[in-house]
Design a protein around this ligand. Structure first.
Ligand SMILES: Cc1cc2nc3c(=O)[nH]c(=O)nc-3n(C[C@H](O)[C@H](O)[C@H](O)COP(=O)(O)OP(=O)(O)OC[C@H]3O[C@@H](n4cnc5c(N)ncnc54)[C@H](O)[C@@H]3O)c2cc1C
Length: 320
C-alpha cells in the first residue's frame, strides 16, 4: 500500500479548503490539497450553468493554475473513500493513503433526499458542476425530444419541477423560467413553447422560510411574475422517471425534477467515529478543532460551527 506524508492534508477544494490552503501557504507550510475534481467550483452560480445561462468555465477554475505560484501547496485529484481521523489519514479510491501532521476536513455537503421514494434515482441535485451539466443535458434533451415529436409535450417534456423553496430552489426556479422564455422558442413554435410549466414545490407554507416575511412575499411575487407555479404546503411524496406526486395526491408530469430539498454533510464523514450532529456534520469547537481528535479540523459545510450563542452557523460561502 502506498503512503505519503504531508504537514497538513486538506480534503476538499471548495471555498473552505482553498482558503485554508492559501492561509497556510502564506506561512510557508507544506499542504496537500485533495479534491475529486481538478478544478475549484463556484457553487453559487452553478444553477446558471444548469439553466444554460453561463458556461461551465465561468464557475470552474483549474486548481493547479490557482496554486501555480504557491509551491508549498501540492494539488492531487483523487476520490477520497475513507478517513481515519485518529491517524489523521485519508485513503483514495486507488488505495493511496495520505497522512498529515494535521488533517482538515472540508468535503462540503451533498443532497439529502430524506428517503423519499425515487428521489435519489430520478431527481437532479445541484451541488456540483457535474450535477449542473447533467441537469442541463436533461433539460435540453427534453426540448430536443419535444422538437422531434410533439407527443412528448403531453408526457411532461417541457415541465420542470423544482423541489425545495430555499435559496437554491428559488434561484433555480426563477432561472429555469427565464430559460423557458429564452431557450425554448429556439426549439418550438411560440404556442408549443408557452405550454411549458415550471413548478416550485415545498412542504412549508412560504418560500425562503429563514428570511423575513417581506423577502418571502417579494420572492413569491417575482416568481409568479416570471411564470413559476408555486405548490406550497405540499411535500413531494414520490419522484418517478415521468414526474412527481405531491402530498395532496396531485401528480405533475415532468422529465426534469431538480432537487433543492435539503443538504447533509458529506457521506465521507459517516462511520469515521467523528462526532456528528445536525445534518450529519462534524461538531466542532469555535476554533474548528474536533473535540477528541487532536490535529483534526472540520470547516465549511462539513461542520456545525457554533456562533457566539452556540447555534450552528448556516451552510454559506461566507461561513466556509
Ligand atoms: C446552488 C447553490 C447556490 C448557493 N448560493 C450561495 C450564495 O449565494 N451565497 C452563499 O454564501 N452561499 C451559497 N451557497 C452555499 C455555498 O456555496 C457553500 O456553503 C460553500 O460552497 C461551502 O464550501 P465548502 O468549501 O465547505 O464546500 P464545497 O464548496 O462543497 O467544497 C467541497 C469540496 O470537496 C470535494 N469533495 C467532496 N467529497 C469528496 C471526496 N470524497 N473526495 C474528494 N473530494 C471530495 C468536492 O468536490 C468539493 O470541491 C450555494 C450553494 C449552492 C449549492
Amino acid at each position: 500500500m502506498t503512503e505519503e506524508y504531508h504537514r497538513v492534508v486538506i480534503v476538499g477544494a471548495g471555498f473552505a479548503g482553498v482558503t485554508a490552503a492559501n492561509e497556510l501557504a502564506a506561512k510557508g507550510i507544506d499542504v496537500l490539497l485533495i479534491d475529486r475534481n481538478n478544478y475549484h467550483q463556484f457553487q453559487p452560480l452553478i444553477y446558471q450553468v444548469a439553466t444554460t445561462q453561463i458556461a461551465v468555465t465561468d464557475v470552474a477554475r483549474p486548481l493547479r493554475a490557482m496554486f501555480r505560484r504557491t509551491p508549498s501547496v501540492c494539488v492531487k485529484t483523487a476520490e477520497i473513500t475513507s478517513i481515519d481521523p485518529g491517524e489523521r489519514a485519508v485513503t483514495t479510491a486507488d488505495g493511496i493513503t495520505y497522512r498529515g501532521g494535521f488533517l482538515i476536513l472540508a468535503a462540503g455537503s451533498e443532497a439529502n433526499f430524506f428517503g423519499i421514494p425515487g428521489a435519489a434515482e430520478h431527481a437532479f441535485p445541484l451541488y456540483s458542476v457535474d450535477d449542473a451539466a447533467k441537469l442541463r443535458s436533461r433539460f435540453l434533451g427534453a426540448l430536443d425530444a419535444a422538437d422531434r415529436d410533439e407527443a412528448y409535450i403531453d408526457k411532461g417534456a417541457l415541465n420542470v419541477v423544482v423541489v425545495g423553496a430555499g435559496p437554491t430552489g428559488v434561484e433555480t426556479a426563477g432561472a429555469v423560467a427565464e430559460s423557458m422564455r429564452s431557450a425554448v422558442p429556439a426549439y418550438l413554435s411560440p404556442a408549443l413553447a408557452a405550454s411549458g410549466r415550471v413548478y416550485l414545490a415545498d412542504m412549508l407554507p412560504s418560500v425562503l422560510t429563514p428570511f423575513s416575511e417581506r423577502s418571502q412575499r417579494y420572492a413569491e411575487a417575482k416568481l409568479r411574475e416570471a411564470g413559476v407555479e408555486l405548490r406550497l404546503d405540499l411535500g413531494v411524496t414520490e419522484v418517478r422517471k415521468d414526474g412527481v406526486t405531491l402530498s395532496d395526491g396531485t401528480e405533475i408530469l415532468s422529465r426534469t425534477v431538480v432537487w433543492a430539498g435539503g443538504l447533509k454533510g458529506s457521506s465521507l464523514l459517516s462511520d469515521t467515529g467523528l462526532p456528528l450532529g445536525k445534518g450529519g456534520r462534524v461538531e466542532v469547537a469555535p476554533d474548528l478543532t474536533v473535540p477528541g481528535f487532536e490535529g483534526v479540523y472540520a470547516l465549511g459545510d462539513s461542520a456545525n460551527i457554533p456562533d457566539s450563542a452556540g447555534s450552528p452557523l448556516p451552510q454559506l460561502g461566507s461561513v466556509a
